[in-house]
Design a protein around this ligand. Structure first.
Ligand code: NAG
Ligand code: NAG
Length: 135
């Protein structure tokens, strides 16, 4: 009786482990599915953590274009400013070719802070690390 119970328990545990394994395989497969849709989100290289910009300066925002998909859904890029966890309505550049890898922007006159970041939009948004804007 008790050995039968432990046999059932062992089978149950095997099924449970298989289910958990299937779940993790599915979870691991999901990013691959996303990549197949040609959603292109190149990582921002500059500005990076530790960058300091001053109001009115011009800088080249740069991003990695080394591995673009064949068919990009939206080739036009837009750079927006973020502060903390909020994307501001401020557009720094718009309508440029996402495959350029850089776009020159003018640092806007905003309150000083070290929690600014940029969002590069193509198909989707990609955040830069946080950096500082001073006056
Ligand atoms: C941005 O890059 C372009 C091309 O390399 C260069 O001509 C321009 O001077 C750069 N702008 C700044 C602000 O560095
Ligand atoms: C890219 O788009 C072209 C034209 O729509 C199509 O013929 C081609 O099969 C696509 N390539 C890939 C890898 O999706």
């Amino acid at each position: 009786m008790s050995s039968q119970t432990s046999g059932v328990l062992a089978k149950f545990l095997v099924v449970l482990f298989v289910l958990v394994g299937v779940f993790f395989q599915l979870a691991a497969a999901m990013p691959v599915e996303m990549e197949k849709r040609d959603v292109y989100v190149p990582p921002i290289l500059y500005p990076h953590a530790g960058t300091v910009w001053y109001k009115g300066q011009r800088h080249n925002v740069t991003w990695d274009v080394s591995d673009p998909p064949v068919n990009i859904t939206n080739k036009l890029g837009r750079v927006m400013l973020r502060k903390g966890d909020l994307t501001s309505p401020l557009i720094l550049a718009d309508g440029f070719d996402i495959l350029l890898g850089r776009i020159e922007v003018t640092v806007p006159w905003v309150v000083e802070g070290s929690d600014y970041s940029l969002v590069l939009f193509g198909d989707s948004g990609n955040f830069s690390p946080q950096f500082s804007i001073l006056q």
